[in-house]
Design a protein around this ligand. Sequence first.
Ligand SMILES: [Mg+2]
Length: 230
Amino acid sequence: MMDNNERVVFFDVDGTLLDTSAFAETARKAAIGLMVDNGLPLDKDEAYGVLKTIIREKGSNYGKHFNVLTQVVLGHEDPMLVALGMITYHNVKFALLRPFADTIETLIYLKSQGYRLAVISNGITIKQWEKLVRLNVYSFFDEVITSEEVGKDKPDKLIYDVALRKMNGNPEKSVMVGNKFKEDALGAVNAGLSAILVNSDITEEDRDYIKKEKLDITIIQNIGDIKTIL
Ligand SMILES: [Mg+2]
């Protein structure tokens, strides 16, 4: 029983559990549309361009993109326009939020096999829990370990070490599932775990590197393929 208890499957969220393809852009464009219709004095393409610059400069996890947008365009913050932008962005984003096909049955399968599950994510802790709650998969996960909490982003070994410690996991019996070669797969292998890459845009060069270094990284097409490995 002790053995089983040490086996943890860690998941990345965005692009791994959650299909994030293009929904942020759609949500941002909807927000801009409503802000322009309600008095932001730019045309929609210009306003979207300004917003993209702000996101690039402040980072996507910064919480006040729309506040800065009104400051830049109007010279002062416009609370009504900020509220319209924020609410539209969140509503459209969450309307489009969905897990990849087979995600839930894969989580059920892993639990039935005795694995404990946790998330390791570069992001904001509450935002990542929020996504798990909205997808209704939060009850599968014991912990969400984020770069916000640890102070280091994947692939830094520290975030994996903290996650293993919090979950009381044995690295040799634990697995990281993610969509990014460097952050998820190399980071995990460097911390002593094995890794499964899913939905990844892995290059031929990366594949050669895995072979040459004999890294414990398995590449799959769909999250449901985990069942053939674990
Ligand atoms: Mg990801």
